[in-house]
Design a protein around this ligand. Sequence first.
Ligand code: SAM
Length: 293
Amino acid sequence: MADALLGPAEIRELAARLGVAPTKKLGQNFLHDPNTIRRIVTAAGLTPDDVALEVGPGLGSLTLGLAGAVRHVHAVEIDPRLAAALPETVTAAHLTVHQADALHVRGADFDPAPTMLVANLPYNVAVPVVLHLLAQLPTLRGGLVMVQKEVADRLVAGPGSKVYGVPSVKLAWYAQARAAGKVPPAVFWPVPNVDSGLVAFSRRTPPPGADRRAVFAVVDAAFAQRRKTLRAALAGWAGGAARAEQVLVAAGISPQARGESLTVEQFAAIAAAAGLSPPGGKLTASEPPEGVD
Ligand code: SAM
């Protein structure tokens, strides 16, 4: 028989037995509401053939819901006590626990290959985790993540929105994202002082023209000075304002526009235009580490 979902009493009892005092540093706010678990699992749009990847299973609330919905669950947990205790709570045979930092996992760590990311993410590393996993695991066809509401708004924002920024464009490179609902603080223990939001996403083909690192370098430069025109904001990246203007015009974008009005396709067009006639040096000299860009 499948393990039952965890309510408030079970969560407290489990935490006490394991000697777990939730830490802010690891973003430990545990779900103790079976209705919210069911809601997340349903909203994720899983099929029985899916292989779920959960980051931060914690005490196992969501893991239990996932185990009943898919053919395999990979749970990546950084906290050794929680990782070690998980198989006692989730007894399903189709669970693999990885005691690891989700920011450092690679595709080769998972067999079978994950198809869906479903997680109540540690809020302090939510965006880098999502981008890292989409970069590292091409088998992911989509996912549903719970993050701080403010971060959810950023992730799903489109050009022209006040909160459109680096996370919005980078997620749009990999996937189409949409808001999938709000979650109140009361369903967590301990109770956080912010609302949470669900973000659903499905993998898309990246825009053509330039590779990811080159495009992300343009995005980073454009939003580092988001109030400036692209001509000014991209000057450092391009090797001068005149060169930035030349590249922007070649890409069909007004040098007076601001990064916050551009789609990911337009950022790709800028990177492609720069690549066609590179200025004396490299355009992507300061590349961020793989995945956490
Ligand atoms: N999924 C559980 C739930 O809904 O009750 C717990 C979610 S809690 C918001 C975040 C979890 O992520 C914690 O268990 C924490 O230990 C874990 N965590 C934090 N940073 C992590 C990282 N870099 N990699 C993997 N797990 C991490």
